[in-house]
Design a protein around this ligand. Structure first.
Ligand SMILES: Cc1cc2nc3c(=O)[nH]c(=O)nc-3n(C[C@H](O)[C@H](O)[C@H](O)COP(=O)(O)OP(=O)(O)OC[C@H]3O[C@@H](n4cnc5c(N)ncnc54)[C@H](O)[C@@H]3O)c2cc1C
Length: 485
């Protein structure tokens, strides 16, 4: 460590001081700043390279047998986070085969920083794409109206890259890491019943599986959620938005100069217009062009016909930038998804303090901040971190309470930020749209700015969203709560 530096891991200024990934740098023998500041960041720089080794994860003193219900992205991430702290973890997945539906997914820096520190970097590296930036385009002609530079800014500021990846590749990486850490992943294991007191679950074949703690990561249609809420469920509700998810082989676009430029550099491009937007990026090491085409739709999903999905999708975007519609015309298959969002729940934990929910079961959200799975990764990180701090089994309820408060707040804010993008991106042409576009102009012109209508660029939103370390935040909350006990 540099002689200049003082490693103030006990800083109370916390995330509000703007530091991410580790201690707040201060001068030796000087207390950590109590006000939000990044003015001491240069001290961290003076230390870079000298002390880059990551500390080993703190092994939990109280080792638990944990059952995770659901082997989706959230369940596997949670299993990894717990297993690397020394807990014994079993994942129960109802499907006969593990896998992920849909094509691309973004892994923002607040998630990748955790995944890297859990040893996933070598597994992700060969299969991720790291986009240079995110460009907002006008619906009609694709002209640039907003721009967030991701490389090298996000790596530098948030100490972790912003990735996009094929969902199947992401899932496989998590699965492989879980196996490396000794997680027992069981397929064909549909959980039918929960005993919240034991705690235990009963599988469809009648087998009972007991544990010290049960974590249900059982998705939007969670059964566990209703039990935890005392029998009165609060399920995610339709938002009035639907999305078509599709991919186009990059090879199909390569020979057409009107659209091949979209493949030249790894990039996210989003076209926004009245009631609709199209989010695009390449995945599978650039081989596939991923598209999520969203629109306002209040109809009942039961009336949606898969056989007319492509035709309907083309109709929704007719009259948009001809380069975009040219790619949409290349789509051969697509699935339409209703987009749901929950509200912050009153609780994620059963009164027994032995069963809890995480991931989409607890906080489904619109995908408009690209943070749903990232929140699930953060949930697992926070749970494992807070449990590693307890000294005795009696402290589990207090630790879970701290976890719950921190995670309900963070994911609830992300639900809100996602809904806000549903407003910001969908203005009809007119005064609000013009003011919004003006609000993004400085970032397009490379001028300095202190706010932006683009939430990826707006400095306050950006540091809140990507500069958050779920492990450090829950550890800080635990220390705070310990002072009052
Ligand atoms: C169009 C779209 C785009 C998105 N883009 C992004 C993005 O770019 N970035 C991002 O971070 N997020 C994104 N998301 C959100 C992300 O996909 C979800 O938040 C995430 O996949 C949720 O993971 P989960 O593990 O909580 O739930 P799920 O993926 O739903 O997994 C639940 C698992 O539990 C299993 N299960 C359920 N019940 C039982 C039972 N009783 N017994 C045993 N197993 C059971 C299921 O089979 C399933 O495998 C997007 C979502 C959509 C719809």
């Amino acid at each position: 460590m540099s002689p200049l530096l003082h490693d103030s891991t006990t800083s109370e200024a916390g995330q509000s001081n703007g530091h991410v990934n580790g201690a707040t740098p201060t001068f030796a023998h000087t207390p950590a700043p109590a006000h939000p500041t990044r003015s001491l960041q240069f001290l961290q720089k003076s230390n870079e390279g000298k002390n880059s080794e990551k500390p080993a994860p703190q092994d939990a003193k109280v080792k638990l047998r944990v059952v995770v219900v659901g082997g989706g992205l959230g369940g596997l991430a949670c299993a990894i986070a717990l297993a690397r702290r020394g807990h014994s973890v079993t994942v129960l997945e109802q499907a006969a085969q593990l896998g992920e539906v849909g094509a691309g997914i973004q892994i923002p820096s607040n998630s990748s920083q955790l995944l890297h520190s859990w040893g996933l970097e070598p597994l992700l590296k060969p299969v991720v794409v790291e986009p240079n930036g995110m460009t907002f385009r006008r619906w009609e002609d694709g002209s640039v109206i907003g721009y967030t530079k991701l490389v090298p800014e996000f790596r530098e500021n948030f100490k972790a890259p912003y990735y996009v990846i094929h969902r199947a590749h992401f899932h496989t990486a998590l699965y492989e890491r879980a196996l490396e850490l000794g997680v027992d992943v069981r397929v064909n294991s549909l959980v039918m019943k929960y005993d919240l007191e034991a705690p235990s679950v009963e599988l469809a074949n009648g087998e009972a599986v007991t544990a010290d703690l049960i974590v249900a990561a059982d998705g939007v249609k969670s059964v566990a959620r209703k039990l935890i809420l005392g029998g009165i469920d609060s399920p995610p509700q339709p938002t009035g938005f639907a999305a078509y998810r599709a991919t186009v082989p990059a090879a199909k676009m390569q020979d057409d100069p009107e659209i091949s430029w979209l493949l030249e550099k790894p990039a996210l491009n989003i076209w926004i217009g009245e009631d609709r937007h199209a989010m695009t990026y390449t995945i599978a090491a650039g081989e596939s062009f991923n598209m999520v085409l969203s629109h306002v739709d209040h109809s009942d999903p039961a009336t949606w016909k898969p056989e007319t999905a492509i035709e309907d999708m083309r109709r929704h975007f007719s009259g948009w930038d001809p380069r975009l519609t040219k790619i949409i015309a290349m789509i051969e298959k697509s699935v339409k998804w209703p987009l749901m969002s929950g509200k912050p729940l009153s609780s994620w934990i059963a009164p027994s303090r032995k069963v809890l929910i995480i991931g989409d079961a607890a906080h489904a959200m619109l995908p408009y901040m690209s943070q749903g799975a990232a929140m699930a990764v953060e949930d697992g990180a926070a749970l494992a971190a807070v449990l590693s701090l307890i000294e005795t089994v009696d402290q589990i309820p207090s630790a879970l309470k701290v976890f719950e408060a921190e995670r309900i707040k963070r994911s609830g804010q992300m639900q809100g930020a996602s809904l806000l993008n549903g407003k910001l991106w969908h203005f009809a042409d007119g005064s609000e749209q013009q003011l919004r576009d003006e609000g993004m102009r400085p970032e397009v012109q490379g001028k300095s700015f202190s706010w932006s209508a683009n939430q990826w660029s707006d400095p306050v939103t950006q540091w809140w969203a990507y500069g958050y370390n779920a492990e450090e935040e829950v550890e800080k909350a635990w220390r705070e709560s310990s002072k009052t006990h």
